[in-house]
Design a protein. Structure first.
Length: 391
């Protein structure tokens, strides 16, 4: 059942009839994108009581990020297991979260994105007849099996949610085409922009990151992140070998790879990259360090959706190592280019190295994900929704 039940009714607003919002998260990206929303709820003039629950889907990553971003964790369901399947995560989150909903009686359940934790949270709210809000609604890759299982998760959450917080007009239009009533859709931007700006303004790199940046010197820093399930195995091996070959053939490039704790990723990173000069394999970075590393990057290579959103805020070009992206706005804005194959990755790396025009154009590109006020917009929309239900 996860964490022992304990009331958090002493939280903000208790005793004043303040509506309770239960926010569920379980991975690093969820923390990054929900922290600005929870801060906005807790400081909203309308008054909210917040209950923040971690599923523990990424056991080692969530709490450090939550602490850095000022997100209080009231409970951890502790669902993480070695080599866990999506079905097992879904089962354990549902079983652990339901007693919390029954105990705290929230007026609203808030989830983010497309993780199995988010799907479980939406289902748990639905089963208890509690309205559900979906942050970052309306993303679609067009392929039910890529990314897996995220594409199906986000589509199922859309069918459950009562409020849909869409980052872009494209996302909002997708929801309207799928039959979501327009009055239940709010275009809010993406709160990842809030967090990136907050980290740049309020955070400083650790001594470890400062030392890494000093070792890089004046070389170009190429940042790699890869962790998606569909990248495991031969495909990841080929990508890592292409990146290694690029670094070895360009003495002015340093590759920095914060290695995801997933054992499949760690094993392949060690076997393919560990003995290469100018490749830094580092443990997962805290959020301040990660943002400051991206801010210093020459180029980013990633299969992460979140990185595709963080890069425009920082004016950094991204090579997306996936067959498709549910964030075509970054392609249209010129911030990102898609490498659907290993040869395409190799070609784009060489192109970026030889032609600085792309990097210069990215600096002037409009950020398609908002201006850094998404948390407040989501809180305002939620306040209006709950007020209308009580009238």
């Amino acid at each position: 059942m996860g964490a022992e039940l304990r009331s958090v009714r002493e939280g903000r607003g208790e005793g004043n009839g303040a509506p309770c919002v239960l926010t569920l998260f379980g991975t690093r990206p969820e923390v990054v994108k929900l922290a600005p929303v929870v801060r906005a709820l807790e400081t909203h003039p309308g008054g909210f009581r917040t209950v923040n629950v971690s599923s523990g889907q990424h056991a080692d990553l969530v709490h450090p990020f939550a602490e850095t971003l000022g997100l209080r964790v009231d409970a951890d369901l502790g669902v993480a297991r070695e080599d866990q399947t999506p079905a097992a995560v879904l089962e354990r989150v549902l079983a652990g979260l339901d007693p919390w909903i029954a105990r705290e009686r929230p007026e609203f359940v808030l989830v983010q994105g497309d993780t199995t934790t988010a799907l479980a949270g939406a289902l748990a709210g639905f089963y208890r007849h509690v309205p559900v809000g979906h942050v970052e609604a309306g993303l679609r890759s067009g392929n039910l099996k890529s990314p897996f299982p995220e594409e199906m998760n986000r589509r199922l959450i859309t069918r459950i949610a009562d409020l849909h917080f869409a980052a872009t007009e494209r996302n909002a239009e997708t929801l309207r085409r799928e039959g979501v009533p327009p009055e239940r859709i709010a275009r809010t931007g993406n709160p990842v922009v809030d967090s990136v700006q907050w980290a740049l303004e309020g955070g400083r790199p650790t001594e470890a990151l400062a030392a890494l940046l000093q070792r890089a010197g004046s070389r170009r820093i190429l940042v790699l992140t890869t962790h998606r399930r569909e990248s495991f195995g031969s495909l990841m091996m080929q990508r890592l070998r292409a990146l290694r070959g690029f670094v070895e053939s360009h003495a002015d490039v340093v590759l920095v790879f914060p290695v995801h704790p997933n054992p499949h990723v760690r094993e392949q990173a060690r076997s393919e990259l560990a003995d290469c000069d100018r490749i830094e394999l580092v443990d997962p970075l805290g959020y301040f360090d990660f943002v400051h590393l991206l801010a210093r990057a020459w180029l980013v290579v990633s299969d992460s959706g979140g990185v595709q959103e963080e890069a425009p805020t920082l004016g950094k070009p991204v090579i997306v190592i996936r067959e498709n992206t549910e964030r075509p706005e970054v392609l249209e804005a010129g911030v990102a280019k898609l490498a659907a194959s290993v040869p395409a990755l190799a070609a784009l790396l060489e192109e970026a190295h030889s032609d600085p025009g792309w990097s210069r154009s990215v600096l002037a590109a409009r950020n398609p994900f908002g201006e850094g006020n998404s948390g407040r917009q989501i809180a305002d929309t939620l306040h209006r929704f709950l007020r209308s239900r009580s009238e």
